[in-house]
Design a protein around this ligand. Structure first.
Ligand code: FDA
Length: 311
């Protein structure tokens, strides 16, 4: 059934791909506080400051240098260098661990040349290894899933701790969880943030949540390290029950949430003794990221539109 919320979500996700709208929104005097709520800032220093504050509050961090769909080898190299610089600075600041990085393959040149993206990921993994921390490879739309998982398996030969992301809205994901729930395998399970066709993805919230729970069970029954990325209160409650059912010690899994989303819940879970990691984006290319966050929650759109018109 097509709901108003579903239509809004599709419209916002279409807007996320519109260069014209991107120019308009980026040029508008968008209230800094709206972008700042979800994005830590534009520079390496901003990323380090945000990480330090979160670590001080007992949270772990994964940093995302914003950028996607790079079709230029120079830009992909620049993104790689930004990560290498960041990891060096994080190590020097004594923040690794508990701070790691998340990378988008499309930002590292995957649309251009898989070898280039793979070389860039390996360069970032080497810098992460030198700083005693890890890399997680974000997952993008379903047309990239196979290539992303292939690349992950190649990277894991040298850097076995490299994390992967699986999206519960994809019909294939339960099977992918079975394949990847092996000893040492770090897997972030999320609902999925792209507009996907019914042929490959569950469409209703209920179906996606049910798939999430099935996948969580598979991951918890296996030997890997599940990273449960969700803000959904019902799923968090189910996961708290499931980790007890599987007798999982608190150092064998973690919860993950986005910067600026349910910060009180992040701290509540950490105070209960769970490992909680906050996904912190930074950089100037915040547009696509922000639009996906707005699509997840129409209430945020009203906040954003008010800021756009300066109210
Ligand atoms: P859902 O969207 O149903 O939200 C449940 C509740 O959480 C809402 O009712 C609201 O209270 C709160 N909430 C959720 N989103 C909010 C927002 N934006 N602002 C304010 N409140 C909000 N996706 C992907 O496709 N590839 C990836 O690599 C990643 N990586 C990733 C990492 C991490 C750490 C997280 C937390 C998420 C991702 N995602 C992702 C995004 C993910 O797929 C999904 O789109 C969002 O997490 C929203 O889904 P929830 O499970 O939070 O539930």
């Amino acid at each position: 059934m097509v709901t108003l919320e579903g239509m809004m979500r599709s419209a916002i996700l279409a807007a996320a791909r519109s260069p014209q709208l991107e120019q308009l929104v980026s040029a508008a005097p968008v209230s800094r506080s709206v972008v700042r709520r979800f994005v830590a800032g534009t520079t390496t220093e901003d990323a380090i400051d945000a990480s330090r504050a979160l670590v001080h509050d007992g949270l772990a961090v994964t940093l995302d240098f914003l950028g996607e769909d790079t079709e230029d080898a120079g830009q992909a190299r620049a993104a790689t260098e930004a990560y290498v610089e960041l990891l060096g600075a994080l190590g020097a600041a004594g923040l690794t661990p508990p701070t790691e990085v998340s990378v988008k393959l499309s930002a590292l040149g995957m649309l251009l040349d898989e070898k280039l993206a793979s070389d860039n990921v390996l360069a970032i993994c080497r810098a992460a290894d030198a700083a005693d921390t890890t890399v997680t490879i974000d997952m993008e739309d379903h047309t990239t899933t196979d290539a992303s998982l292939d690349l992950l398996l190649r990277v894991r030969k040298d850097f076995p701790e490299t994390g992967a992301v699986l999206q519960a809205y994809l019909r294939r994901t339960e099977a992918d969880c079975r394949d990847l729930a092996v000893a040492g395998s770090r897997i972030r399970l999320c609902k999925g943030a792209y507009d996907e066709p019914e042929s490959v993805a569950y469409q209703s919230d209920l179906e996606v949540s049910r798939s999430y729970v099935r996948c969580a069970n598979v991951l918890l029954a296996g030997g890997g390290y599940p990273m449960f990325a969700t803000h959904d209160p019902r799923l968090v409650a189910i996961l708290e029950d499931r980790v007890r059912w599987y007798d999982r010690p608190v150092d064998t899994f973690e919860f993950q949430m986005l910067y600026g989303v349910r910060p009180v819940e992040q701290r509540r879970l950490a105070e209960l003794g769970y490992a909680v990691r906050v996904y912190v984006p930074y950089g100037t290319q915040w547009y696509g990221y922000l639009m996906r966050r707005l699509a997840e929650r129409p209430a945020n759109t009203a906040l954003f539109l008010r800021a756009l018109v300066g109210r």
